[in-house]
Design a protein around this ligand. Structure first.
Ligand code: ATP
Ligand code: MG
Length: 420
């Protein structure tokens, strides 16, 4: 039997990785302008970190984790997301002793045992940011704007910013009662998962994908109308800061995270054209998380975006990233002596920082020319016995067709001149 890649994983071949590198570079460039710095945490962590940091009553912890026992009898889990690890690292390295806020970004693979489909994989990739150490609402707005700027600079359009506040455990107590009262007469009509959620975690009924279309969902009490004074103030200030920057957003009471340590702001950025996996990024505030994983009281806010979903959106919107896959020079050779000379020239050119190539398959001159085309060479040069004897050769500009004779001794300088 042939060995295949595990279900829900993807190979990224060079035509793909060029796009990935572009996205990663672009995100770095923009995040750096906002003074976020890169953090790299382990791919696996103690299982307990995610149980506590994501919450027992979530799909991720209940059904989606890749958990295994290592040879030392420890329970470890491949990270399903990045926030818990960043917070763990912040606490473990005592970063709270330094001036705050601490602003981080990360990018890398995440693992969830889900049913693979378009925009949903078992190994997928996130680019995320986290701002720790202050609950200033300006940062909530900054984080949303940062994500939107990144996507907009990629050329994406028609993005919807959905905004909500899930308040604090205090406001949620009252809200929970209201929800239970409201849903009581509809209990029979809810899906079986939601009937279960009714007692355990009624907020989650609001974002149920199965029940979303039910008519009575429209009139469910809205959490942002039930906030305590502090949470209400915070929510208004987040909106004010978005207004200052003229960012369009819509209030969306359906956006919830049912766990106590998710507080205040929750948001998602959606592109409807993606179908059922239409969220490109989502995030929010998690002021109770640090204490949940055994640390002190550290507020934080962040988001994570799915790289695969960005790429799907780019495809859907028919956007070509400005990726340069051309090469500077292709050397075509005639005969063994020329091949050896070319081998040496290539070395000098590469040492000078130029991207250059030759043929390795003993192709005919015509075959080598085709090769130069396939490689998107900007210039080509033909080396044969004649050229070597005279010490001169002709550089051809592949686009304009222009040809110039140069001294072979000056090849590196001549090429550098042309590339700059
Ligand atoms: P969904 O509702 O789509 O399952 P989620 O609430 O589980 O999303 P988060 O945990 O907030 O998603 O992750 C942030 C982002 O990471 C998502 O908006 C999405 O772009 C991406 N993402 C999450 N799970 C996957 C997956 N299995 N495959 C690909 N991308 C994913
Ligand atoms: Mg999910």
């Amino acid at each position: 039997m042939k060995v295949r890649a595990p279900r829900g994983t993807n190979d990224l071949l060079p035509q793909d990785t060029a796009k990935w590198q572009y996205l990663e570079d672009k995100s770095r460039e923009i995040f750096t302008c906002y003074n976020y710095q890169e953090i790299r945490t382990p791919i696996f962590e103690t299982t307990d970190l995610f149980r506590r940091g994501i919450g027992e009553a979530t799909d991720i912890v209940e059904k989606e984790m890749y958990t295994f026992i290592d040879k030392g009898d420890r329970s470890l889990t491949l990270r399903p997301e990045g926030t818990a690890s960043v917070m763990r690292s912040f606490l473990e390295n005592k970063i709270y002793g330094q001036a705050q806020p601490s602003k981080y970004f990360y990018s890398g693979p995440m693992f969830r045992y889900e049913r693979p489909q378009s925009g949903r994989y078992r190994q997928f990739h996130q680019i995320g940011v986290e701002a720790l150490g202050t609950d200033n609402p300006a940062l909530d707005a900054e984080i949303i704007v940062l994500g939107v700027q990144f996507l907009t600079e990629l050329g994406l359009e028609d993005l919807e910013v959905h905004l909500n506040s899930v308040g604090c455990p205090e406001c949620r107590k009252n809200y929970r009662k209201k929800l239970l009262d409201y849903f009581k007469p509809y209990l029979e009509e809810l899906c079986s998962d939601c009937q279960d959620r009714y007692d355990r975690n009624p907020l989650r009924i609001l974002d149920c994908k199965a029940d979303r279309k039910q008519e009575f969902m429209q009139d469910a009490p809205k959490i942002y109308e039930e906030l305590c004074t502090e949470c209400d103030q915070h929510f208004k200030q987040v909106q004010q800061h978005l207004d200052i920057l003229d960012i369009d957003y819509m209030l969306d009471a359906r956006l919830v995270r049912g766990l106590d340590y998710y507080t205040k702001t929750a948001f998602e950025v959606i592109y409807q054209g993606l179908g059922s996996q239409d969220t490109i990024f989502g995030g929010g505030r998690y002021d109770g998380l640090a204490q949940e994983i055994g640390g002190r009281d550290i507020p934080g806010i962040g988001f994570a975006m799915g790289v695969e979903r960005i790429l799907l959106t780019l495809e859907e919107q028919e956007i070509e990233l400005p990726i340069d896959q051309s090469m500077d020079l292709f050397i075509t050779t005639i005969g063994e002596e020329a091949e050896q000379a070319a081998f040496k020239y290539l070395y000098s050119l590469r040492q000078a920082g130029l991207k250059v190539e030759m043929d390795y398959l003993g192709r005919s001159v015509k075959g080598q020319m085709k090769c130069a085309d396939r490689n998107n060479a900007n210039y080509s040069i033909i080396l044969g016995g004649d050229e070597l004897n005279k010490g001169v050769a002709t550089i051809r500009n592949m686009k304009s067709g222009e040809q110039v004779e140069i001294k072979l001794d000056n090849l590196v300088q001549e090429m550098k001149k042309r590339i700059e």
